[in-house]
Design a protein around this ligand. Sequence first.
Ligand code: PHE
Length: 343
Amino acid sequence: MEHELGTIRKEALAAIQAAADTDTIEEIRIKYLGRKGALTLILRSLGNIPPEERARMGKLSNQYKNEIETAIETRTDELTREGADSLIRGQWIDVTLDCVPPVPREGLGRLHPISRIQYEIEDIFTSMGFEIHDGPETETDHYNFEALNIPKHHPARDMQDTFWTEDGNLLRTHTSAIQVRAMEKVKPPFRVVGPGRVFRYESTDASHENTFYQVEGMMVDREITVAHLIYVMKELLKEIFQRDVSVRLRPGYFPFVEPGFELDINCLICGGNGCSVCKQSGWVELLPCGLVHPNVLRMGGIDPGQWSGFAFGLGLNRLVMMKYGINDIRHFLSGDIRFLKQF
Ligand code: PHE
């Protein structure tokens, strides 16, 4: 029996030491110390052996039992710690990474420069009491032309190259359609701006694109004059360019304004002295505008005898190009990440 006990002890301790996980340890415990375990059976059989042997064997068995139990405990501890360690090593998260520069940021997107300037302009106009209005990109002839004093077969339609849809609608050629929609929704006096994407059937080059962005503006009140128009435009440009700018008006023809103007600003590149950007003139053409034509007011349900207004159409692409010195309008929709990353 003594020999048998020794073998059990040796085998058990070796198995415990070799165990790679706690499940195996539990199997070993059952095999030797469980209710039908090898050592348990020996302890139980002690009653059958002669008393003089019994005391010594009993002591030995208990000693081995303790040894095996201790070995199980120690190895279980080790295995649990190893498991936790490898878990920590494998799933370690550096919670400080997000606040200690330099942090890799490649994955983050950003606003397109057109969206940025649009939001900036919306803020400026909102601060001057303008409401922001919207309209669909596919328009009817009525909203894009008719109600803007451009009847069918009028030669002024040739000013805008248009994508027509098969059902007689069109991709809006300008945000002026939003003026018409606004007049249906709000009663004078009112101030609205309408940003949006517009489309022209153009052949493209460095300064022409078939898809571009505008912000329409319209203010209707009692006795609105060109002075109001100039004031609001100067405020807007001062905010955008963060400095005072001079403006000048030249006559410009648009059927929905009378008088109509092209508004120029002094060249911000050369300060008005003349350079290649302003073609040595010191002025850069920025936006068309004018006083709302009485026919347009009338078609919009507004009495031109009581009310007057101004309107303007600000081209966002041009503005962004001037602000950042971009030399080709086609960059905006190119989807070229190298271009977009600069903003
Ligand atoms: N809608 C005109 C265009 O895109 C611009 C414009 C708007 C002119 C408002 C005058 C007043 O060409």
